[in-house]
Design a protein around this ligand. Structure first.
Ligand SMILES: [Fe+2]
Length: 161
């Protein structure tokens, strides 16, 4: 396919995969919201709702940046959805418990945000808007990790006496 766009294809694939990861985190928290059970189910139901609602806004912002200024017509919806499905499937298999699964998803996302930010910065290809988005997302997901870790401590997910 002919294209006269000048964006680095690695940048397009990196940000498309990051969008997949946001989508997978969103779907995982939403599923956790539905599946909350036991004596803490109502609190968990509300916690997961707070988490997936925050991610929903981030997906929209990143997708619009990707489609309008970076990937344009080279963006593949099916590639993005397929990668999101792979993340969701792996996490569901690896973490049967919904609290642990959502906590793991947040940890994976935090690591990716850090890696992608560093890589884009090192290539001198990190526009101010994207820089701001990635930094703000990292801050939001610090809070999500804190909330889920507190939730896991409450129920002694980490073992101990
Ligand atoms: Fe609901």
């Amino acid at each position: 396919m002919h294209t006269d766009r000048t964006e680095n294809p690695n940048k397009i694939s990196t940000l498309t995969d990051l969008l997949s990861l946001f989508m997978a985190v969103y779907l995982t928290h939403w599923s956790s919201h539905w599946k909350s059970s036991g004596s803490t189910s109502y609190g968990d139901h509300l916690l997961f709702e707070r988490l997936y609602e925050a991610v929903s806004g981030e997906i929209d912002v990143l997708a619009e940046k990707l489609l309008s200024g970076i990937a344009g017509p080279d963006f593949s919806h099916s590639v993005m959805v397929s990668a999101a499905s792979d993340y969701v499937t792996d996490w569901e298999f690896e973490f049967p418990d919904v609290v642990s699964r959502s906590a793991h998803a947040e940890e994976v996302l935090q690591n990716r945000l850090r890696m992608d930010f560093s890589w884009l910065e090192s290539t001198n290809d990190l526009p101010l808007g994207l820089n701001d988005f990635l930094a703000a997302a990292a801050n939001t997901h610090d809070t999500h990790c804190y909330l889920l870790n507190r939730r896991m401590l409450e129920n002694n997910y980490f073992g101990g006496p």
